[in-house]
Design a protein around this ligand. Structure first.
Ligand code: CDP
Ligand code: MG
Length: 135
């Protein structure tokens, strides 16, 4: 089934010059780029995007990270794109993520883990409407 998913290449990836590396993995996999924008976000957008996590004890430092510099927001399309992109990204914690994944190859952190991707059809719809309302 063809799906669309919302991806963020987070501020750590932009700072480290890894946007091209990350993007090339999605492209090489065969996913189609539908939208892409370099954005600097405020705390309000961070809170809305991470609504499910705002009460976590680790949310304040996550919010600081999310607003710490520009990020790249994009929408990818392809067969089973939601689960395919999650698999390419790897487990949340870069210290344990499998080699071969974005996080497993390039992150040593449970917070600064380079990428976000929608985790379900519902969250993809919500996040695409939030980040790309005109899509
Ligand atoms: O991004 P993913 O869906 O894999 O993980 P999540 O559990 O939905 O958490 C969202 C984001 O919060 C993670 O990608 C991390 O950047 C951050 N996080 C954190 O800062 N500290 C934690 N203990 C867990 C997650
Ligand atoms: Mg998540």
């Amino acid at each position: 089934m063809t799906q669309r998913t919302l991806v963020l290449i987070k501020p750590d990836a932009v700072r480290r010059g890894l946007v091209g590396d990350v993007l090339s993995r999605y492209e090489a996999k065969g996913l189609t780029l539908v939208a892409m924008e370099l954005r600097s976000i405020d705390a309000q957008l961070a809170d809305t995007h991470y609504a499910e996590h705002v009460d976590q004890p680790w949310y304040p430092p996550l919010r600081e990270f999310a607003v710490s510099g520009p990020l790249v927001a994009l929408v990818l399309e392809g067969d089973e794109a939601i689960s395919v992109v999650r698999a390419l990204n790897g487990a949340t914690d870069g210290r344990v993520a499998a080699p071969g994944t974005v996080r497993g190859d390039l992150s040593l952190s449970n917070r600064e883990n380079l990428v976000h991707a929608s985790d379900s059809e519902e969250s993809a719809a919500r996040e695409m409407a939030l980040w790309f309302p005109n899509l």
